[in-house]
Design a protein around this ligand. Structure first.
Ligand code: GCV
Length: 873
């Protein structure tokens, strides 16, 4: 697994005409970083705070309220009057469950029927002493009430709503939309985290639970602050060791650490555990010895962890063992575990991510997208009540654009949960800013029209089209099919390096919790809330960061995949840089089926794989024909010629060109937007994020060029706007005067300009290699970009000079995913000259790059590019 930490940033220092790019280490946030809870709230609290009970959660609520508020004496102004009016001297705040409040204060109008997790905040300031109540449907509810109060002054809501005296007539009340709101961590016992980009595990190291669990407590606080009530701490792959008695003792310590925050522990289990660690000959779910083994194991778990939440299961998937080995179904396996957990109140989250990864590419009817529905829909009604089928939002695998999984509509008698990825496996691995809440919102708000059938399955009843909205958010909340379980799971994969390894990526963790609590919140409102609490309250900061977040997913989609073709990345390797053919001609089924004439998977019922027919009739009808399929999913459902005209009027091929140029421009704009905040932000944060955004803008160009040149060659159709294949200021390294450098072919070819680059063999050229060009363009001031390959773990060094005058020097020391030159590590550095006004060039000047390799990094260079000097940054 790649550690994925983006460490290096380039600081440009100029000495009288000489620009030196110095590598510096980014001081990244530490694990103890309190993220959006870093600043105290703007609440001002007078008087006493007490809890009714001694339970750890209520005690935490008291401490949290005291930690969150500012003491009146320390208020330096700037606080809303409402706080001072509401929380005045001699006041008392009581925290407890609704039942406790009712018993102690029969006159307080605490409503009956508060749901688990629900809070009710009431204020009575009209007596001699102000008196406030934070009541919960249970203890967790009371804690969530404290966090809601803490957030309130920064929520961006209008003044009257946040005037605490309003809470007399209009108590602040909110309940979670769905009962299961968990993160899944893919941590391994050895301390690595699968698809984690924020450093090593906070839970495990060296095969066991870490001694120091302080980060776990801080993480649980963050989770609780946005209403997350469960955390599955280990990888769904290779889970067998987590059931050993020694490990369970360690896990009990993890559960103890998270418990005061109302976060229950869950673990992933390997369905073959009875055989792998239990010494049985079989793990057949119907075998009585296997059933007895699980019962005993579950009893052992609950003896150590009385509030244990349950199991997550990945079975018969990507090499994990499963019930298919015995001809048994997922329902047999899920129920085996469910029956053992039921007496203790535990649940089974059985993942629908079950598919055959040895599909036949030549079979035009084969389709991985069909798998989840084909396998699980026939089992509807066969699962025990405490089983929840955990469904990835789309039918493939966390791509930047997929249709919503039809399985959400295909389980009427089974609870379901939607699995999203907070960790950005296919969406830039936290090196790219991609705020995912807008995508999750599209999924949650999608109307599957699941009940749009008449009694005999017909779409029309007496000539009237059935039209009841059944959105995904209602289905997973259990509303549509009257289920008591259901929810959202966020695959988080945090680590010790600032949780997600990148400050702005934390908006995704925050947004996940907020949406699981209330899927009706808008992605924009959540972005504003998060920005106010985390980055700053200056209106320009809030507006700019919110805008950047909201633009980031569309930008990423524009410069990576297109029209529902999925993320065109290296699907058999890094899942990071461009590699278009890696999806094709293998068994993984992430195909897009491009050829010289056209592109797309035909998933229609009439001529394709039939996947479109898995949706309820109204939606199936929409996806059945290209004409009615929305442009952004066209290629997911249909194979069309490159000349096919979209609803927008553009051809598919022209859209490929245009969207990629647009996406790269949008990524560059993120840099400009962030720079407009210079001086308004914490300098360390400013510089850290700036380096990341500059890197992203460069990598967006790598993506753009890879996709554009690939489809230009494949289709043979030129870009109507003449950009594809024409790079006027580009000087290719393979065409330079080379000294020591050797020409190398890059694989895949589209990851380098023209498919070629140059590499320096350290043993043959210990003092470095050079590539030189004579400048033939007009005289003026220019930026000079260098496109090089930054391999890990080596550190190559580069210098760029004009007529022997050095204009830039930098080290290729970032930790990028792969170890051979390709689009994973193609990196762009732009030298902008003194004060950002450009570097002076005139015809005849000699431009020279010197690369000094080390044993692991051949200082490979793709090209340099002379660009118009942008206005000074
Ligand atoms: C934990 C994708 C990821 C795997 C992951 C799998 C899953 O295939 O690449 O790392 O395995 O999904 O969700 O189980």
């Amino acid at each position: 697994m790649a550690s994925g930490r983006f460490e290096a940033r380039k600081r440009i220092v100029f000495f009288s005409g000489l620009a030196i790019l110095l590598p510096t280490l980014v001081a990244s946030a530490q694990t103890a970083d309190q993220a959006w809870l870093r600043e105290p709230s703007r609440l001002v609290l007078f008087g006493k705070v007490i809890a009714f009970g001694n339970s750890p959660i209520e005690q935490t609520a008291v401490q949290e309220l005291s930690r969150s508020i500012q003491h009146p004496a320390s208020v330096k102004g700037g606080f809303s009057q409402f706080a001072l009016r509401a929380w005045r001297e001699g006041s008392l705040t009581v925290i407890g469950t609704a039942e406790e409040v009712r018993k102690a204060y029969p006159n307080v109008p605490v409503p009956s029927g508060l749901a688990p997790g629900e809070y009710w905040i009431w204020w009575n300031g009209f007596d001699e002493h102000s008196f406030s109540v934070i009541a919960g449907g249970d203890e967790r509810g009371a804690l969530y009430g404290v966090f809601a109060l803490r957030r309130l002054p920064l929520s961006g809501e209008s003044f009257p709503r946040t005037d605490l005296s309003n809470f007399h007539a209009h108590p602040l009340r909110s309940r979670p939309a769905m009962p299961i709101r968990w993160t899944d961590e893919w941590d391994n016992a050895n301390g690595t985290v699968e698809r984690g980009y924020g450093g090593r595990s906070i839970f495990f190291e060296g095969g066991k639970v870490r001694d120091d669990l302080s980060a776990v407590g801080e993480y649980a606080r963050l989770l609780a602050s946005v209403g997350i009530n469960g955390c599955n701490v280990n990888n769904v792959n290779g889970a067998a060791p987590f059931l050993s008695t020694e490990m369970l003792q360690g896990l009990a310590r993890v559960a103890n650490t998270m418990r005061p925050w109302g976060v229950r522990l869950a673990i992933s289990v390997d369905i073959a555990s009875p055989q792998k660690i239990g010494g049985l000959k079989t793990f057949d779910p119907l075998d009585p010895a296997v059933q007895a083994w699980w019962k005993a194991k579950v009893d052992e778990i609950y003896a150590a962890i009385p509030d244990f939440a349950g199991f997550t299961v990945k079975a018969d998937s990507e090499g994990q063992a499963g019930p298919a080995s015995y001809g048994r179904s997922p329902a047999d396996a899920a129920n085996l575990l469910a029956h053992a957990l039921a007496p203790h109140g535990g649940v089974v989250l059985y993942r629908a991510f079950v598919y055959n990864n040895h599909l036949d590419y030549n079979d035009l009817k084969a389709d991985r997208a069909r798998a989840a529905y084909d396998i699980f829909h026939p089992l509807d009604g066969k699962f025990a009540p405490n089983v929840v089928v955990q469904i990835k939002y789309g039918p493939i695998d966390f791509q930047a654009r997929e249709p919503v999984s039809p399985l959400f509509a295909g389980l009427e008698k089974t609870s379901s949960a939607m699995e999203v990825q907070i960790t950005q496996e296919y969406t830039g691995q936290q090196r790219h800013l991609v705020y995912l809440a807008p995508m999750w919102k599209e999924m949650l708000d999608f109307d599957l029209r699941a009940q749009n059938r008449g009694p005999h399955g017909q779409v029309f009843v007496r000539g009237v089209e059935q039209n009841r909205a059944t959105t995904v958010k209602e289905i997973i909340a259990g509303k549509t099919f009257h289920r008591s379980l259901g929810g959202m799971i966020g695959v988080s994969c945090v680590g010790r390096d600032g949780w997600l390894g990148s400050p702005l990526a934390m908006a995704n963790l925050y947004a996940f919790g907020r949406l699981a609590w209330d899927p009706n919140l808008s992605a924009e409102r959540i972005a504003q809330e998060w920005t106010r609490q985390t980055i700053g309250t200056d209106p320009q900061v809030v507006a700019t960061v919110t805008k950047m977040l909201m633009q980031s997913w569309p930008a990423y989609e524009h410069y990576t995949g297109f029209l529902g073709s999925q993320t065109l990345t290296d699907i058999t390797g890094s899942h990071y840089g461009p590699n278009i053919e890696s999806s094709e001609r293998n068994g993984w089924g992430q195909w897009h089926r491009d050829d010289a004439q056209g592109i797309g998977m035909d998933r229609s019922v009439a001529t394709g794989t039939g996947f479109a027919g898995q949706y309820p009739p109204a939606v199936a009808k929409m996806y059945e024909t290209a004409a009615t399929t929305p442009d952004n999913l066209l290629l997911f459902f249909h194979h069309v010629p490159y000349t096919y005209k979209l609803h927008s009027g553009e051809t598919v091929i022209q859209y490929i060109y245009d969207s990629h140029y647009q996406g790269a421009e949008e990524a560059a704009r993120l840099v400009d937007e962030w720079e407009s905040l210079k001086g308004k932000l914490d300098p360390q944060l400013y510089n850290d994020v700036l380096a990341r955004l500059e890197y992203q803008a460069g990598h967006a160009i790598v993506w753009r060029d890879a996709i554009v040149q690939y489809f230009l060659k494949e289709s043979g159709i030129p870009d109507a706007r003449d950009r594809a294949g024409h790079y006027p200021g580009r000087l290719e390294a393979e065409l330079a005067r080379l000294n020591g450098y050797k020409i190398i072919a890059i694989t895949p070819w589209e990851d380098a300009s023209g498919g070629m680059a140059v590499g320096c063999d350290a043993s043959a050229a210990p003092n470095g290699c050079t590539a030189a060009w004579t400048y033939t363009g007009p005289a003026g001031h220019f930026n000079i970009a260098a496109q090089y390959f930054d391999l890990q773990p080596g550190t190559a060094h580069f210098t760029l000079s004009v007529n022997n005058q050095m204009v830039a020097t930098w080290a290729a020391d970032a930790l990028l995913p792969s170890r051979r030159p390709n689009g994973d590590n193609a990196t762009r550095l732009t030298a902008r000259g003194p004060d950002g006004h450009g570097i002076e060039l005139k015809p005849g000047d000699v431009l020279l790059v010197k690369g000094t390799s080390d044993a692991n990094d051949p200082a490979a260079l793709d090209y340099i590019e002379i660009e118009p000097a942008a206005p000074a940054r």
